[in-house]
Design a protein around this ligand. Sequence first.
Ligand SMILES: CC(C)(COP(=O)(O)OP(=O)(O)OC[C@H]1O[C@@H](n2cnc3c(N)ncnc32)[C@H](O)[C@@H]1OP(=O)(O)O)[C@@H](O)C(=O)NCCC(=O)NCCS
Length: 155
Amino acid sequence: MTSPENIKVVHLRQNDSLKDAIEIRRQVFVVGMDIPEHIERDGLDSIADHFLIMRGQDPVGTVRLRRIDKCTLKLERCAVLSNFHRQGIGTLLVRSCIAFANKFAISNIVLNSQMSAVKFYETFGFTSVGDTFIEADIEHVKMILVCNKTTNKIS
Ligand SMILES: CC(C)(COP(=O)(O)OP(=O)(O)OC[C@H]1O[C@@H](n2cnc3c(N)ncnc32)[C@H](O)[C@@H]1OP(=O)(O)O)[C@@H](O)C(=O)NCCC(=O)NCCS
């Protein structure tokens, strides 16, 4: 998928290099939020699908999707480099995840959202469930999207 602004979504599969995605995550979570590297690199990358957003030659955002059970994907590590916030890149990442889920007839996408990102995920129809909890010293809440092929397609 490409847009007029020279933005490209790359679906990284299991044998593709994750170098660019992991560097974005390091910048955003480890450097930007002080999350310990051993928590950020949790050993689960190899069993996930990853999306990378390229703007021209520059990798600017990433997300991963991990299958939790037959019907459910977990959206994790959604990160956009700070210089590129509020330009629609996060939206493209989440929409790519939703399109992927719809393609494989997945019923639900779940995620643990930092409180600061709840409004962002709500724009796609995710809703909060349950109490808040602490993960990596940061307050989170579980959110869920019930996938609906008719309303969540990438335009
Ligand atoms: C959350 C994040 C991925 C959003 O990426 P982004 O590219 O800035 O998002 P978009 O430009 O697509 O934003 C789309 C809409 O989401 C909402 N939104 C995005 N960031 C928001 C914020 N910090 N606070 C409130 N609303 C926000 C807005 O409605 C925005 O639309 P607008 O710019 O027209 O108002 C990005 O801020 C980020 O990487 N944050 C640090 C890492 C992080 O918190 N990841 C989530 C872990 S749970």
